[in-house]
Design a protein around this ligand. Structure first.
Ligand SMILES: Cc1cc2nc3c(=O)[nH]c(=O)nc-3n(C[C@H](O)[C@H](O)[C@H](O)COP(=O)(O)OP(=O)(O)OC[C@H]3O[C@@H](n4cnc5c(N)ncnc54)[C@H](O)[C@@H]3O)c2cc1C
Length: 522
C-alpha cells in the first residue's frame, strides 16, 4: 500500500480537541487539491483511492528503464499548483522543477506541411506569416476574442460556485455577448481562413474531451490560457508534480490511503456521513468530497432513494466525452528531430470527429497526439533511447467494439502510421510497448462509459448544467474533478477544488488550528 508519512499529523489533533473530519474519495489532481485546501482550512482529511498510488489519470508506468506518464503532459497554468503550496507558506519550486517547453506543439499535416506553434505573440505571428500570410490579422483578432472569453470564463467563473440557478442567470448576458452559443470551430473559422490553421487552433476542446464542432466556444479560453502562461513540463514527468504534492500532503498531515475502493456513501438524515469501503470497513466523516466520476458516484455509490435529481436515466442521457486509446512505448534509438508535443493529423478532420463522437465507429484513419518527454528530460528513458506515448481519440463504450480484439489491431495500425509519418523505422525499434483502451478507463478509474474526460464540455453541460460542486441531492457532499464545474484538464480540476473554499463551511477553529495559524503568521 502506498502511504505518505504524516510526519506532522499530530499538529491537527495534538491538543486533544476533535477536529472536523473530511473524506476525499479519489486522488486525482482534483481530489489532491481538495484534500490540501480542506486541510489548510483546518479539517482532518483522509484521502482515499482504489489505486495504490495517487495521481488518478496522472499515474506513472515504469518499464525496462522507461518512464511513462500515463495521462496529462501539457501543463498550462502552473500557478494553480503553486497556490497549493502557498496555502502552507511553501514554494512549489522547492519540490519540483517545472520548465517551459518550446515549441508548444508541432502540427504535422498529411500533405507533409508542419506548423510549429508557441513562444511570444510575435513568434506566433511570424510562424503564421510563413505558413499562410492571410491569417496574420485574423489570428490577432482570435487572440483578442479568446482573451475576452478568458477574462469571463476563467478569471471570473472557473472557481465560482455554480450550484444556484441564479448564478447561471446572472452570467447569461455576458455569455451571449461572448457568443458562447457558437462552437469552438465556428469561432475559430470566423477569424482564420487556412483549413490547416483552423484545425490547429480549434484542437483545444479535444484536450478536455470535446468535439470542436460541438463544444461551446467558452472553451476557446484555453487558447488564451496557453498564450498567457505558455506550456510547461515538470522534470521527471507529470508524476514529479504528483510526488511533490504527495510530499506536501505528508508534511501537512493529509492521510493518503491507497487500495481503498469506496463502494457506498453513508447517508444519514439526508447528509453524507462517511463511506463504506469494498472491504466492508466503514469510515465516518462530517463531510465527503468525491473526485471519482460523478456519473459513477450517483449511479453506483448512492442508493436510489437518496437521489431526486441524479436518477439513473438522467445520468445516462448525458453526452459523454470520447474514449482514448494510448500506446506507451520506448525506442531503442533516439528521434531527436521530434519535439516534445506533436499532433499528427490524418487525412480527415470533421469526418473523423463525426465517426468518434456521433457515428461511434472505429475509423481506419486517425489523428494522433505524440508525446516525447525525452525531448525535455532525457532521463525518462535509458541512455540513447526515447520514451513516447501516442494518444488516439476513439469512441467511448457506447460503441459496440470488442477492445480485446480491436486493441491489438489498432496498436499495429498505429505503429505503421507513426513509422510512415514521423518515426521512421519504428516497427523495428519499438520496445516495452503496452496500451490502454476505454475498457481500461472503465475498470481502472471507474469512468462511466470508459470516457477519457467524463461528460462532454457542450453548452448544455457547462456551468450550472454540469455536475455541481455542491451535491443537489445530499447535504455535506461535494464534488470535484473532470465531470464537475468547470471541467476536465488539470487547470479545470484544480479550479473545481478552489470552489470548495467558497462553499464548504469553515470548521470550528480548534486550539490546534489556531496554533498553526499563529505559527504561520510568525
Ligand atoms: C491520456 C490523457 C492525457 C491528458 N492530457 C492532458 C494534458 O496534457 N493537460 C491537461 O491539463 N489535462 C490532460 N488530461 C486530462 C486530465 O488528466 C484530467 O482531466 C484530470 O487529470 C482529471 O483529474 P480528476 O481530478 O478529475 O481525477 P482523475 O485523474 O480522474 O482521478 C480520479 C481518481 O478517483 C479514483 N476513484 C474513482 N472512484 C473511486 C472509488 N469509488 N473509490 C476510490 N477511488 C475512486 C480513481 O481511481 C482515480 O484515481 C489528459 C487525460 C488523459 C487521460
Amino acid at each position: 500500500m502506498f502511504r505518505f508519512t504524516n510526519d506532522r499529523s499530530s499538529r491537527s489533533t495534538g491538543d486533544g480537541a476533535k477536529g472536523k473530519r473530511a473524506i476525499v474519495v479519489g486522488a486525482g489532481f482534483g481530489g489532491i487539491a481538495a484534500a490540501l485546501r480542506l486541510r489548510a482550512r483546518g479539517y482532518e482529511v483522509q484521502l482515499l483511492d482504489r489505486l495504490e498510488a495517487p495521481g488518478g489519470r496522472a499515474q506513472v508506468y515504469r518499464r525496462g528503464g522507461f518512464v511513462f506518464d500515463a495521462g496529462p503532459t501539457v501543463v498550462t497554468a502552473p500557478f494553480l499548483f503553486e497556490e497549493l503550496f502557498e496555502l502552507f507558506g511553501k514554494r512549489l519550486e522547492d519540490y519540483a522543477d517545472i520548465v517551459p517547453v518550446e515549441p508548444w506543439y508541432r502540427y504535422q499535416f498529411p500533405d507533409g506541411r508542419e506548423f510549429d506553434y508557441g513562444g511570444s505573440l510575435d513568434d506566433t505571428l511570424e510562424q503564421i506569416r510563413s505558413f499562410d500570410e492571410r491569417d496574420v490579422e485574423g489570428y490577432k483578432r482570435l487572440v483578442d476574442m479568446s482573451e475576452r472569453i478568458f477574462d469571463k470564463g476563467f478569471t471570473e467563473l472557473a472557481d465560482a460556485p455554480f450550484h444556484r440557478f441564479g448564478a447561471m442567470m446572472k452570467t447569461v448576458p455576458a455569455l451571449l455577448k461572448l457568443r458562447s452559443y457558437k462552437t469552438v470551430h465556428q469561432l475559430v473559422a470566423s477569424f482564420i481562413k487556412s483549413e490547416h490553421l483552423r484545425q490547429a487552433f480549434c484542437i483545444h476542446p479535444l484536450l478536455v474531451g470535446g468535439n470542436p464542432f460541438d463544444t461551446t466556444s467558452i472553451y476557446s479560453l484555453i487558447h488564451f490560457l496557453e498564450r498567457k502562461w505558455g506550456i510547461h513540463f515538470p522534470m521527471g514527468g507529470t508524476g514529479a508534480i504528483v510526488n511533490a504534492l504527495g510530499r506536501l500532503m505528508g508534511e501537512e498531515g493529509v492521510a493518503f490511503r491507497g487500495g481503498a475502493e469506496v463502494e457506498e456513501l453513508v447517508v444519514e438524515n439526508g447528509a453524507a456521513r462517511g463511506v463504506v469501503l469494498a472491504s466492508g470497513e466503514r469510515l465516518s466523516a462530517d463531510l465527503v468530497v468525491v473526485n471519482g466520476d460523478p456519473p459513477f458516484l450517483y449511479k453506483n455509490m448512492i442508493d436510489r432513494r437518496h437521489r431526486r435529481r441524479w436518477t439513473d436515466q438522467r445520468v445516462d442521457r448525458l453526452k459523454y466525452s470520447m474514449g482514448l486509446f494510448v500506446l506507451y512505448f520506448g525506442t531503442e534509438r533516439k528521434y531527436p528531430e521530434v519535439p516534445h508535443h506533436t499532433i499528427v493529423l490524418g487525412p480527415r478532420f470533421k469526418g473523423l470527429l463525426d465517426d468518434i463522437f456521433h457515428r461511434q465507429t472505429l475509423a481506419d484513419d486517425f489523428s494522433v497526439y505524440l508525446h516525447r518527454p525525452t525531448a525535455t528530460d532525457p532521463s525518462m528513458a535509458p541512455e540513447g533511447k526515447d520514451s513516447f506515448y501516442a494518444l488516439v481519440p476513439v469512441p467511448n463504450l457506447d460503441a459496440d467494439l470488442d477492445w480485446d480484439v480491436e486493441g491489438p489491431k489498432l496498436r499495429d495500425r498505429l505503429v505503421s502510421f507513426l513509422d510512415e509519418r514521423i518515426l521512421p523505422g519504428l516497427s523495428e525499434t519499438i520496445t516495452e510497448d503496452f496500451f490502454v483502451t476505454p475498457r481500461t478507463f472503465e475498470s481502472r478509474f471507474l469512468s462511466h462509459k470508459g470516457s477519457g474526460f467524463s461528460i462532454q464540455p457542450v453548452f448544455t453541460q457547462s456551468a450550472w448544467f454540469r455536475f455541481h460542486n455542491v451535491s443537489e441531492d445530499i447535504d455535506d457532499l461535494y464534488l470535484v474533478g473532470a465531470g464537475t464545474h468547470p471541467g476536465a484538464g488539470m487547470p479545470g480540476v484544480l479550479c473545481s477544488a478552489k470552489v470548495l473554499d467558497r462553499v464548504v463551511p469553515a470548521p470550528p477553529r480548534t486550539t490546534a488550528v489556531r496554533a498553526r495559524e499563529s505559527a504561520s503568521a510568525r
